[in-house]
Design a binder for this molecule. Sequence first.
Ligand code: NAD
Ligand code: TDX
Length: 362
Amino acid sequence: MKILVTGGAGFIGSNFLNYMVPKYQQHLFVNLDALTYAGNLENLKSIEAAGNYVFVKGSINDQPLMNKIFVDHQIDRVVHFAAESHVDRSITGPAVFVETNVLGTQVLLDSARQHWLEAKKLKNHRFLHVSTDEVFGSLGATGYFSETTPYAPNSPYSASKASSDMLVRAYHHTFGLDICITNCSNNYGPYQFPEKLIPLMIANAIDRKDLPIYGDGKNVRDWLYVLDHCKAIEKVLFEGRSGETYCIGGNNEQQNIQIIDLLCGMIDEKLGRSGEQVTERLKKYVTDRKGHDKRYAIDATKIKRELGWEPETNFAEGIRKTVDWYMGNQDWVNRLRDGVYQEYYEKQYGLVGKRVSGQTSE
Ligand code: NAD
Ligand code: TDX
């Protein structure tokens, strides 16, 4: 197979490629990524020289380029990760979310349609669209999202992802494109950009910077180790039923504050700060995120029943691996933080502990 992976230099995309490229040497993986602030080729060092891997820098919004990639590489599968992915950024600047997530997805779908259905009449093709549980809106204290939950997106990010899901669905019903959609809960693990809750807290705790807690810290997310998500995508790509959506989750609900407290304890211990509660004292309650969804939780019965997938990594093990990875890769974090993101972060929250390039504040 010739598999086009979009957004493969981001967090989940790079974990996916690092897992799939060595495992499936008979398949070609073409990674198309625009290398926005969130894309980082450093994440792909272990596979960059592999014979079955090709990188193309470019945007999914570029129709001629997308058409060329489908023809040049005779693509027959797409795994579509490329997106603007951070909710806070969608609140301060929604336009690029519509541009990339909605319009970009439509451009990509159109190249797939032209190549697979019009030019080649290719029976064996698939467009796997990687989406989020946030399209379903917010849960109260009980209940779960499943494949039959009505869409009710609340943020510009989730609205843009919901729109892209609808377009993918429409290309199946209207044109007969073979598609699958996955709606996954919050991922964590190596290579996650340090603007998302877990890597931000780890990186700030190490640097003795504030740990910003939105609202009362009691919002709930269902956390899944990123490699488990990648394995679910692998299953859906090769064995999923055409036209179906699959909800993917960790069966692991945690309040934000529980995660932050856990991380504080782990980092105190690892850095020999125990007893001082240094990290605990960095916690800072800040103004809540606008429209902050209260709770997400996934019922992943369908993917377990149909494809035999379930999470393999429990939270204690996943979070230990994640903390170890970030502690061992502080240079990776610092390089990102010295760039565009740092400026945004300071402007957004005006937090203390400003760092000078290459130096820690300790
Ligand atoms: P990320 O922000 O880390 O990576 C996004 C990647 O897309 C980056 O490499 C970026 O350079 C690339 N990109 C952005 N705009 C592009 C464009 N126009 N053309 C080509 N490439 C472009 O995101 P992530 O956390 O890895 O998420 C990947 C996908 O999974 C997204 O679609 C997201 O909605 C979805 N998702 C994420 C989570 C999560 O917890 N992170 C959970 C469920 C679903
Ligand atoms: O500094 C912070 N303080 C804080 O309290 C940050 C960055 C987050 N939070 C809270 C907000 C959320 O309740 O932590 C929770 C998790 O926040 P994020 O890491 O921003 O994730 P979330 O908004 O839940 O969205 C994530 O999961 C679904 C991803 O960013 C999406 O791409 C994915 O679709």
